[in-house]
Design a protein around this ligand. Structure first.
Ligand code: I22
Ligand code: ZN
Length: 351
C-alpha cells in the first residue's frame, strides 16, 4: 500500500482511541446543551473558515433538514454561505467581524453558537464568540491542538470539543465525527410532531429539573405574587436579564398562610397566581413550593443566578449558600416602583 496513505490510516486508528477517551464527556455535555436550547425554541448559529466553514454548513443543514431519522425541522443558520452578507461585511468592516456582525444581527439570549476552529486562533471565530457572550448565547467550540486562544475565552456555560491532535486534517475529521454523533442524538430526541415548548407551569420539581438540565444560565426567583402588580413585573423582567431562562417559585397557599400575612391571604389561589406569572413573557417556568422557603427547590433546580427584590439582604436569601457553593451568583434588584399587595388591599378596603 502507498506508504503515505498507510501512515494516515494508522494515525486515524490511534486518534480514534484517544478521541473516545477524551471526547465522550464534552460530546455528551454538548448534546444536552443543544437539546435543551432547541427544546426551548432557541436556535443554532454556526461559523468557521475553510474546511471548518464546511463543517458549520454541514451541521446547520443536518439540523434544519434531518440526519438519519424522521423528525421535525429544527432552527439552525450557518453564518458562512450568504455571499452578499459576507462580502458586504468583509468589504465595509473587515474579515475579523464577518461572523460577529451576524451574531449581533441574529443571535438571541439562549441561542447556541457552534464555533469551529482547528487551531482555536481564527480571529473572526474569536470575535463571534465575544459577540455570543455579549448576547447571552452559549458556545460549543470545536477545536484541536492546544485549544488556542478560543479555549481561554470560554466560560463555564460553554463546551469545548477539543480533538487531541496537532494535524488540521485529523482534527477536521474528528469534528465531522462529532457533528454526526450530535445529530444522531438530536434526531432521536426530537419527534416528527410539530415543535411544542414544554408547559411553563411544572408542578413536579423533579420533572422541572429534567427540563432545565441542559439550560444555562438559569435565573431563579421566588415569591407569593398575590395580586400581581407593577413592582412584581419589574423585578421579574430585570431578573430575566441576568440570564437566559427565568424559573419562578411560588409559595403554595399553605406556605403563604404560615408566613403570617393575615388569615385572608393569599387572596388569589396558588394555581391562579402561577397562571398569572406564567403568562408573563419574561418567565420560562413556574412551579409551586409547599415549604416555608424555596431552599429545597433551589437545590433541585441548581440555578446559576438567585435573585430577590431589594428589600432582602443577601445573607437573608434562602438557598443563597447552596447557589454560591455551586459557583452561582446571588443578587438583589432594587425596587423601582413602590407597590405592595398589602397596601393595595388596604386601599381597596378603605375606599
Ligand atoms: O480545510 C483546510 C485544511 O484541511 C483548510 O481550508 C483550513 O480549514 C483553513 O486553512 C482555515 O483557515 C484554518 O482555520 P482554523 O481551523 O485554524 O480556524
Ligand atoms: Zn481540508
Amino acid at each position: 500500500m502507498n506508504i503515505i496513505i498507510e501512515q494516515d490510516l494508522n494515525k486515524w486508528i490511534k486518534l480514534g482511541e484517544e478521541v473516545s477517551n477524551q471526547l465522550s464527556v464534552p460530546l455528551q455535555h454538548a448534546a444536552m446543551v443543544l437539546r435543551g436550547a432547541l427544546s426551548m425554541g432557541r436556535k443554532v448559529l454556526s461559523c468557521g473558515n475553510g474546511g471548518s466553514a464546511g463543517d458549520a454548513q454541514h451541521i446547520a443543514s443536518e439540523l434544519v433538514n434531518r440526519f438519519e431519522t424522521e423528525r421535525m425541522a429544527l432552527p439552525a443558520i450557518s453564518l458562512v454561505p450568504d455571499s452578499s452578507v459576507v462580502t458586504a461585511i468583509a468589504n465595509d468592516y473587515g474579515y475579523e467581524v464577518l461572523f460577529s456582525r451576524q451574531v449581533e444581527a441574529l443571535g438571541q439570549s439562549g441561542d447556541i453558537l457552534l464555533a469551529f476552529s482547528t487551531s482555536g486562533n481564527s480571529i473572526n471565530v474569536m470575535r463571534a464568540i465575544e459577540a455570543a457572550h455579549h448576547r447571552n448565547l452559549r458556545v460549543i467550540a470545536f477545536t484541536g491542538k492546544d485549544g488556542g486562544k478560543i479555549a481561554k475565552m470560554l466560560g463555564k456555560q460553554d463546551v469545548e470539543i477539543r480533538v487531541p491532535s496537532n494535524e488540521t486534517a485529523r482534527i477536521q475529521e474528528m469534528h465531522l465525527f462529532s457533528i454526526h454523533s450530535l445529530c444522531k442524538y438530536i434526531d432521536l430526541h426530537f419527534t416528527e410532531q410539530q415543535f411544542q415548548k414544554p408547559e411553563k407551569i411544572q408542578f413536579d420539581h423533579a420533572s422541572l429539573a429534567t427540563l432545565t438540565a441542559g439550560l444555562m444560565p438559569i435565573v431563579f426567583t421566588n415569591g407569593v405574587f398575590d395580586i400581581l402588580h407593577r413592582g412584581h413585573v419589574h423585578i421579574l423582567q430585570q431578573a430575566k436579564k441576568l440570564g437566559a431562562y427565568l424559573v419562578v417559585g411560588i409559595n403554595s397557599d399553605a406556605s403563604v398562610r404560615r408566613l403570617g400575612k393575615g388569615s385572608d391571604r393569599p387572596i388569589n389561589s396558588e394555581n391562579d397566581r402561577a397562571a398569572l406569572i406564567a403568562a408573563l413573557e419574561c418567565v420560562d417556568f413556574v412551579t409551586i413550593f409547599n415549604e416555608d422557603t424555596p431552599a429545597q427547590l433551589i437545590s433541585t433546580i441548581k440555578p446559576d443566578v438567585l435573585v430577590k427584590g431589594g428589600d432582602y439582604q443577601l445573607d437573608q436569601i434562602a438557598g443563597a449558600d447552596f447557589v454560591k457553593q455551586n459557583g452561582g451568583i446571588v443578587t438583589t434588584i432594587a425596587f423601582e416602583h413602590d407597590r405592595s399587595t398589602t397596601q393595595l388591599i388596604t386601599r381597596i378596603r378603605n375606599s
